[in-house]
Design a binder for this molecule. Structure first.
Ligand SMILES: NC(=O)c1ccc[n+]([C@@H]2O[C@H](COP(=O)([O-])OP(=O)(O)OC[C@H]3O[C@@H](n4cnc5c(N)ncnc54)[C@H](OP(=O)(O)O)[C@@H]3O)[C@@H](O)[C@H]2O)c1
Length: 231
């Protein structure tokens, strides 16, 4: 079996002190203005920005670089098994390539509609009825993507972390506590039953940005450097 180097993946998120990435009311504007400038600088240095369809449906983000000058235009990639991508999404009317990593079954009409709108749909294998992210990363690598800025949400963060696909984690912690049982946290998913099974991290940077505290970690375990290519 052939192996290829996995694209570098940095998971980045703004959260409250209690780990919420959105309030119970669905408000996710948590980071301060200075941190948003840092985020746009980061975006500019990556080949693509990756989000889950949950985030697209909730936040309708543009995922462009607007706050700093930038020659690079990172591709916007959405993981969306059954093509729930809304045809009135704001990102469709902004410049830059949009790619959907879809599963192996989806409505053909929606596929044609999205392609007509300029969205590139890449069909991937599925695991447990969702996009097989390893296959997705192999396919992104084949179109020249070497670096990925993962911008959530919680479900996709869990899948990427627990599959060993994340190399570094950067969080900006805003000095606010949001609470709320239903409010999304940095990492959702099934979780680990034992602390010893958790994702192990090594702190590599900490700094204050405006009113926020930014922490950057290297993932120690689980983390893969290579992806197996089948077919
Ligand atoms: N503060 C921040 O920086 C920040 C950043 C991003 C998001 N957010 C917040 O996060 C929330 C959205 O998070 P979320 O957890 O609901 O959604 P999400 O992680 O953005 O998207 C999850 C969805 O992606 C699809 N998916 C396909 N394959 C997957 C796989 N292998 N693993 C996981 N997901 C897969 C699934 O839908 P299908 O089965 O239909 O494909 C799944 O429901 C929003 O409230 C948003 O505001 C905050």
């Amino acid at each position: 079996m052939r192996r290829i180097r996995k694209p570098f993946v940095l998971m980045n998120c703004g959260m409250s002190l209690d780990g919420k990435i959105s309030s119970v009311g669905g408000d996710s504007s948590i980071s301060c203005e200075e941190e948003l400038v840092e985020l746009h600088k980061l975006r500019c240095s990556f080949d693509c920005i990756l989000i889950g369809i949950g985030t697209l449906l909730k936040d309708d983000p543009l995922l462009t670089v607007r706050r700093v000058p930038c020659e690079n235009r990172p591709k916007r990639v959405i993981v969306d098994t059954r093509l729930r991508f809304p045809t009135n999404a704001r990102m469709l009317s902004s410049e830059g390539e949009i790619i959907v990593l879809a599963g192996s079954r989806y409505p053909e009409e929606k596929y044609s509609l999205l392609e007509e709108m300029g969205v590139k749909v890449i069909t991937c294998r599925e695991v447990d009825g969702r996009v097989d992210l390893r296959d997705g990363l192999v396919k992104l690598s084949r179109i020249g993507i070497e670096s990925i800025l993962l911008e959530g949400g919680g479900e996709l963060n869990w899948s990427m972390l627990s599959s060993g696909l994340v190399d570094e984690v950067r969080v900006s912690i805003a000095p606010v506590i949001l609470g709320g049982r239903g409010a999304k946290t940095l990492v959702e998913g099934d979780g680990f039953a034992e602390v010893s099974k958790g994702i192990e991290l090594d702190l590599i940077e900490y700094k204050r940005v405006g009113r926020d505290l930014v922490l950057r970690y290297r993932v120690l375990r689980p983390r893969d450097e290579y992806l197996e290519v089948t077919g």
